[in-house]
Design a protein around this ligand. Sequence first.
Ligand code: UDP
Length: 496
Amino acid sequence: MSSSHADLHFVLFPLMAQGHLIPMVDMARILAQRGAMVTIITTPVNANRFRSVIDRAIKSKLKIQVLELQLRLAEVGLPEGCENFDLIPSPAQAVNMFSAMVMLEEPAEKMLQGLCPPPSCIISDGAFPWTMDIAKRLNVPRLVFYGPGCFAFLCIHIVTSTNILDEIDSNSQYFVMPGLPDRIEVTKPQASTWGKGDTKETTDNFERMQEAEKSSYGIVVNSFEELEPKYVEEFAKFTGKKVWCIGPVSQCNESLQDIAERGNKAAINEQDCLKWMDLREPESVVYVCLGSLSYASTKQAIELALGLELANIPFIWFIRNTSEELEKWILEEGYKERIKDRGLMVHGWAPQMLILSHQAIGGFITHCGWNSTLEGISAGIPMVTWPHFAEQFLNERFVIDVLKIGVKIGVEVPIMYFEQDKEEKFLTREEIKAAIEALMDIEEEGQGRRNRARELGEMAKGAMEEGGSSHHNMTMMIQAITEEVAKQTKVIKDVV
Ligand code: UDP
């Protein structure tokens, strides 16, 4: 890296949700590995979740710091410590979190004004449109990061910036998404849960996000070009922005500790987890995890438990949300005893990367959050797709129709993460069993999926290596920011 690159200072603003925070922390370390200085701005509770990872990065001489801002939670009626979307006590309060986030603009700007060296570039989550205003006032470029890949984000842009959805009356009717290189059919609710505003505040914030994107210098995506070449191109054309695919960023985690502690402290000791997997045949185990926000309601979790049992295949299942009723059922049915020879059921945070990268894992039941999807792809593993909300149905279509490495579990209707308990339609144990069996099938169809997944896994690794597309894109992005900073400095000198 040239000395001018080494002078760069990136300031990262991750959204307070695991699916956004985790890839941004990875991104911070990738930038620092290239010699740049990086500041991550977040709140104390979130900073705590990745403190050990950052401390290790600092020890290895990376120039990273984490600065903390306080959300004014009491003012918006949220309890102390409720600093992440996975901590919000009741569904209706998600909007309060957005209100608290907006109030960060002023203290964030003050913090940035005091930074030494001064920031050269802001990389902000799309949910913080006000970082664009700060970037303008400080005269630095702003890059935006949303979370999803180019396929999903192109679909989202198409539906939010045209009126195609107005022409569709029925919520159950499938329509062909216009303007895409492949034939993709979705329903109106599946295409429109991202940025859906239930309140005036959320709608306004979404509009502000779109405006801020227009003024941004470019878009950073956690994906790689070989995965979705046509969509990277179309997405850049549609937005008229520079798009840098720099992922899968999860690949920057190389040490066992970084892999095992990614995102949060795991609910299982890493050695116990490894020991359990070491005892299984290669590609024999199904891993089940529905992400950091989605969960199965008690009734659905029981069907899932019975489906896993019926499929008679080894499994490792992390349950994020449990209930007294579910615990009672597990106990009364002696479920853990029944499955103990081949099933591991854990309550809490999964060391997902550690699990996915183990040779025993042969399939992944996922809620299709983009990070999980990409982590499954990077591990070269086929998936059962079980989308819930946001852009997850679009990710499902990508996995099934474009990549052809998935088996659809069969959900059609989006359900918000806080509405699972209200759900009236359930997947039965037989449906779950059938999807698992199809996933683990060793006949032609299953083998085809597995081979394609393996090839993609290899491509993902190649993309992040020196000379790979994402490695190159990171170089180009740093280069572009260096040039932009030089331009600004010249303008200032000329004025003086
Ligand atoms: N994750 C994890 N352990 C868990 C749940 C989630 O490590 O028990 C990680 C997962 O690896 C991914 C992120 O949390 O990096 C979740 O992001 P994703 O986009 O998949 O879904 P979201 O949680 O945002 O719906």
